[in-house]
Design a protein around this ligand. Sequence first.
Ligand SMILES: *Cc1c(COP(=O)(O)O)cnc(C)c1O
Length: 219
Amino acid sequence: MIREEVKMILAGLPQGVTLVGAAKTRTPSEIMEAIDAGLTIVGENYVQEAEQAFNKIGNRVKWHMIGHLQKNKVKKAVTIFDMIETIDSMKLCTLVDRACKEMGKTMPVLIEINSGEEDQKAGVMPDSAITLIKEIATLSNIRVMGLMTMGPLTTDPEALRPCFRKTREIFDHIKDENLEGAEMKYLSMGMSDSYKIAIEEGANLVRIGTRLFGARDYK
Ligand SMILES: *Cc1c(COP(=O)(O)O)cnc(C)c1O
């Protein structure tokens, strides 16, 4: 089942668009099945879950942090992840930078945009993105590689289009600035119900869980 779904999604992605398998709640063996079918990037929301899967699966795939990173999990996170997609504050970045320095590693990060401009939601507000990126670009062990956004929870994927479009505009704007220390390469937008719309709006990383693995069973 998982194998067929992964193959079908991969076959349907335009060239230049990469699948991130959103693996929260999935077992290492489910993740392995997806990898055997061609998945090359696993997205995890929780450091502890990622660690369990990483210990079994290791470096045959890339690991992306796609959940909110708690400050007390930064040290462990930088040992597991190849990219952190959910950076939204200088404070968090400073901790990631310091932990990476100790390991002699440079962490690629995406800046999470609160594209729905919702209170209480993760991500930096669109108007503050450039300022944050300029600040982060001064850190030596972090490399800004693009943007990520979720958009509001909605049952109508079309409602996300303006949020994706806005994020794309910020992406292009920052790219045009040619900031030293920021290489705008990845735009991570879209999930199971919205990835096609996200791709139309310029996404080149799509984070898909349910469509690959089936409905999540939160016990
Ligand atoms: C769970 C999750 C996804 C995937 O959601 P699906 O609707 O299951 O495809 C994508 N991105 C993030 C940040 C997630 O937490």
